[in-house]
Design a binder for this molecule. Structure first.
Ligand code: IMP
Ligand code: MG
Length: 176
């Protein structure tokens, strides 16, 4: 496993995104909607750098990948408050193919959010399959499988305080 983003670089990146978010929303109230589980650590650090009035909501989204297809996205919105009339900021860990955020953005619009933007910690270069782009991105990274700072491999490594890239040998060693 090799460190891709150290704790201090992550801190700088999160601070920079928070400044950009604050510049866009000003004093307007915002509903921050985290995509569980990967966005947990990013969201916790991000909201403590924001000073506008804000509410929190959560969604979970997982894609079950079949052998031949991309797989369907299963969304659970039990923990999502009413977003109608709210300025919604979706927060996710990684923008990879982009299908997850596209689907969630559509969902927020159909639930009549007043405005919809998105913030991600990481965007993987060259992987996007959609036109949609997140409004705020802390880091662009190469196309590697990453863990830590909330992100997992088979639900492990979320607690690492830095972001690391997993080698194929690491993946074999996890043995799960
Ligand atoms: P997308 O729909 O392809 O953009 O998928 C985004 C989701 O896939 C993220 O929210 C993550 O949960 C997951 N994901 C994509 N790449 C990685 C990775 O390198 N490590 C951990 N999770 C990942
Ligand atoms: Mg995710």
């Amino acid at each position: 496993m090799k460190t891709l983003l150290s704790q201090s670089r992550i801190e700088e990146g999160v601070a920079c995104v928070a400044t950009k978010i604050a510049a866009v929303y000003g004093e307007s109230p915002v509903m921050i909607v985290g995509v569980l589980t990967g966005s947990l650590v990013f969201m916790a650090d991000l909201i403590r750098r924001l000073e506008m009035p804000l509410r929190l909501g959560f969604l979970s989204a997982s894609s079950y990948r079949g052998a031949t297809s991309r797989g369907s996205l299963v969304v659970n919105s039990d923990l999502l408050p009413d977003v109608s009339g709210q300025h919604v900021l979706l927060v996710d860990d990684i923008f990879d193919t982009g299908h997850t955020l596209v689907r969630l953005a559509e969902m927020m619009r159909s639930n009549r959010a007043d405005s919809l933007r998105s913030a991600v910690l990481l965007r993987k270069e060259g992987r996007q399959e959609v036109e949609y782009r997140p409004d705020f991105v802390a880091f662009d990274i190469p196309d590697e499988f990453v863990v830590g700072y909330g992100m997992d491999y088979r639900d492990m490594f979320r607690n690492l305080p830095y972001v690391a890239a997993l080698d194929p040998e690491d993946i074999a060693e996890v043995g799960v």
